[in-house]
Write a protein that binds this ligand. Structure first.
Ligand code: ZN
Length: 374
């Protein structure tokens, strides 16, 4: 029997899988970035990993492992691998089969045990949520990452920069040399802070970060940033360099909330203003999803719609209409919204759920829309 996995988000997978204890669970993490899928490198890698995992198993588990490994392969071969990474978890219990799209390629794993392997899933959840904070003036720098409303790592350093006025009765020439010397020290301090931010981003990746401190140092820091970091800075924090960790955390969480709301607002505004490669409203968005054109689904948290599934061809059909593909009759389903989300995720689309004012605005246009691939 060919089971179809339930497609779930990283967060809901964690909620379902943490604490699970079973006779045997297969956990699979695969790198499904475009070059791996095109050359089918993922398949060779998956088979090799299965062979290695099978070697260490006690005899009674081998048959169950083989069945699960074959089931995963069949699922991967018959589904679209749109996301850069995929995690699958399954046991022989009928409902226990989950598939998760990952935002970045994971370290590949095939493992069998009584509990699912969740480290990489947890890391993906953290990476998604994490943000960075930099406070600096001309001599000091403090860097933080924040995950789950807590400071995860913090790091600070000072550079010795001489004061503005040289003491003693120097001539004008000496004064200007002194100023250049000071200027060079400040430049080095800023460069060191940027390098520290890059190192932090490499070890604890964040999709957004915030900057605060003395206006002059902040301006120079921003000016010297490499483009990828300049694109992800989301706002300024008004904090003293000596602020307590608790104050830094409070200000950063508030800024992050605001930035997230602005991000959702911009996303909805762009969609409403778009004239190509996008859809608005349930009819066109369901059609684009079923035609496998959707790259990103944007859904208001309050969105819901009546709808059904075509008895003949399994297509999602909004409201009580006939199937536009085959003219068949749909069976109405109580969870049409969830089925639309599942189908988009299964096709490798990203799903962004917006709330608050952005959701209200999207609800005026049907509550759902999408960016399409073509
Ligand atoms: Zn149909």
């Amino acid at each position: 029997m060919h089971r179809i996995p339930e497609h779930v988000s990283v967060k809901s997978a964690l909620a379902k899988l943490i604490g699970v204890d079973s006779r045997g669970v297969l956990s699979v993490y695969l790198n499904t970035s475009p070059d791996r899928v095109a050359g089918e490198a993922w398949r060779i890698s998956y088979k090799n990993q299965c062979r290695d995992a099978r070697c260490g198993l006690p005899e009674p588990s081998v048959a169950a492992f083989d069945r699960a490994a074959a089931e995963v392969l069949e699922t991967l071969e018959t589904s679209s691998l749109g996301a850069p990474g995929r995690a699958l978890f399954l046991s022989e219990e009928p409902e226990f089969f989950y598939s998760v799209s990952l935002p970045s390629p994971p370290k590949e794993v095939v493992a069998w045990g009584t509990a699912p392997r969740l480290e990489a899933l947890q890391r993906a959840a953290d990476d998604f949520e994490r943000f960075g904070v930099v406070l600096l003036d001309k001599e000091r720098a403090r860097l933080f990452t924040v995950v789950g409303a807590k400071i995860e790592v913090s790091h600070s350093f000072e550079d010795d920069v001489p004061g503005k006025q040289a003491t003693g009765g120097w001539a004008a020439l000496a004064q200007s040399r002194y100023a250049r010397h000071r200027e060079e020290r400040v430049r080095r301090h800023v460069a060191r802070a940027i390098a520290a931010l890059e190192t932090l981003n490499a070890s604890r990746p964040f999709r957004r970060w915030f900057l605060g401190g003395s206006p002059e140092a902040v301006a120079r820091f921003q000016n010297d940033l490499p483009p990828d970091l300049r694109e992800t800075v989301r706002g300024e924090l008004h904090l003293e360099l000596f602020a307590s960790d608790a104050d830094v955390l409070g200000a950063a969480l508030a800024a992050s909330e605001t930035a997230e709301r602005e991000f959702e607002h911009t996303k909805v505004d762009n969609l409403l203003e778009s004239t190509s490669r996008s859809t608005l409203g349930v009819d066109l968005t369901v059609e684009a999803t079923e035609d496998r054109r959707v790259g990103e689904l944007v859904v208001a948290d309050s969105f819901d719609s009546p709808g059904g599934v075509c008895r003949t061809c399994d297509r999602l059909v909004p409201a009580r209409r006939q199937c536009p593909l085959c003219g068949g009759e749909p069976d109405l389903v109580p969870d049409f919204r969830q089925r639309l989300l599942d189908r988009a995720l299964r096709l490798g689309a990203a799903v962004e759920i917006v709330s608050g004012a952005a959701a209200d605005k999207l609800m005026e246009h049907g509550g759902v829309g999408s960016w399409t691939r073509f």
